[in-house]
Design a protein around this ligand. Structure first.
Ligand SMILES: *Cc1c(COP(=O)(O)O)cnc(C)c1O
Length: 394
């Protein structure tokens, strides 16, 4: 009946691009994952601080359910706005040092909702080539003119800005802060200077940086000391904060505007009370205690040093996200399968998620990994890559 479905799937399989979900059996310890009844070291989690299983956060989520139930029951503008949502948004704005904040049911929806509200067909969005898919989807849905600049290449960005200097509509530069497949960091101070020079709004996606970068874990904006200089700061509650949901922080005016205009906010059920409660508690915990973040960075530097010494190419990574570059898609899949057999859970990341010819094993280090976990990872990577002939000529 749907022969084209079968054909396209067949093509994907042949090209080594087949995607399949694995079942994770519970969350026994934050750094392990059980698949097919085998516990493995988990290198695929965005649970950077181990907060998803934190007892106080689980308790906060359970308490929120007991008080407000499982569903917000309606959109926020109808009956779905609880005291917990307001508290969470106040907390986020304090954390981000902005006037106000707003939460969405996911980071993906936040990007769609923010971008489609702020720009339309008469406007231009300048977007880093490696920005997250949800940013790209937001721009496409907004029907704004999408101008992609080469990754972190601000000369290229300026060429594009110069070309469109006389454009009369709105202009906005959007960038991830920590890039999700490469683990490098956007050159925010330079981006802000360009935005000033060419009169553009700036929007940053702090999904991987929230809870991770900066002395207080507030993200790249804190790391670079740019508080008050970014128009739109979005991020997720689903990664380091161990809950679920997306947020945007900025001026009171921006938030009022989104409440009135952002379809992905208006036409969807409010964030579940459990997740609002969990995220609120997570923000309290990271404010009081920076030890988890410190442990994360200790693990990152330990692992980076060992894996580079072992001869692996980790691209431009500067953070907890570390790509192990492989190149060929099929080889990356084989690599990941062999790692799995040795008790290390990774996934191969292939096109279209990353550019053609840049398939890789993308790993993320968390605060929950132990030094002996990380040591084992380096040993197994070395063994498996020798088997595959990957380190030859390096
Ligand atoms: C994960 C991610 C998102 C989406 O956030 P969710 O809460 O998972 O929907 C958006 N942007 C970036 C850069 C991300 O890594």
């Amino acid at each position: 009946m749907y022969s084209w479905l079968e054909e396209e799937l067949e093509q994907r399989k042949k090209a080594g691009l087949w995607r399949q979900m694995k079942i994770a059996e519970g969350l026994p310890t934050p750094d392990k994952i059980i698949i097919d009844q085998r516990p493995m070291i988990n290198l695929c989690s965005n649970n950077y601080l181990g907060l998803a299983g934190h007892p106080e956060i689980k308790k906060a989520a359970a308490e929120a359910i007991m008080r407000w139930g499982c569903s917000a029951t309606a959109s926020r503008l109808m009956a779905g706005n609880t005291e917990l949502h307001q508290k969470l948004e106040t907390k986020i704005s304090e954390f981000k040092e902005t006037e106000a904040a707003l939460v969405y049911p996911s980071g993906y929806m936040a990007n769609l909702g923010i971008i489609t509200a702020l720009v339309g067909p008469d406007d231009i969005v300048y977007s880093d080539r490696l920005n997250h898919a949800s940013i790209i989807d937001g721009i496409i849905l907004s029907r704004a003119d999408l101008r992609r600049y080469r990754h972190n290449d601000l000369e290229h960005l300026e060429v594009l800005l110069k070309k469109t200097e006389d454009h009369r509509g709105r202009k906005m530069i959007v960038t991830d802060t920590i890039f999700s497949m490469d683990g490098d960091v956007a050159l925010l101070p330079e981006i802000i200077s360009l935005a000033r020079k060419y009169d553009c709004l700036v929007m940053v996606d702090e999904a991987h940086a929230t809870g991770v970068l900066g002395v207080k874990g507030r993200g790249a904006v804190e790391y670079f000391g740019l508080e008050g200089k970014i128009d739109v700061q979005m991020g997720t509650l689903s990664k380091a904060l161990g809950a679920q949901g997306g947020y945007v922080a900025g001026s009171k005016q921006l938030i009022d505007f989104l409440v009135n205009k952002s379809r992905a906010f208006i036409y969807t059920t409010g964030l579940s009370p459990a997740m609002a409660g969990a995220a609120l508690k997570a923000l309290e915990i990271i404010k009081q205690d920076t030890s988890l973040k410190d442990k994360l960075w200790q693990n990152v530097s330990y692992f980076r040093q060992k894996i580079v010494e072992a001869g692996f190419d980790i691209g431009q990574s500067q953070t907890q996200i570390i790509p192990i570059m492989v190149g060929n898609s099929e080889k990356a899949v084989e690599f990941s399968q062999l790692l799995c057999e040795e008790g290390i859970f990774t996934r191969a990341v292939r096109p279209p998620t990353v550019p053609e010819g840049q398939a890789r094993i993308r790993i993320s280090i968390t605060a929950s990994h132990t030094e002996s976990d990380l040591e084992k990872v380096v040993q197994v990577f070395t063994k498996v890559s020798q088997k595959l002939g990957l380190l030859e000529g390096r």
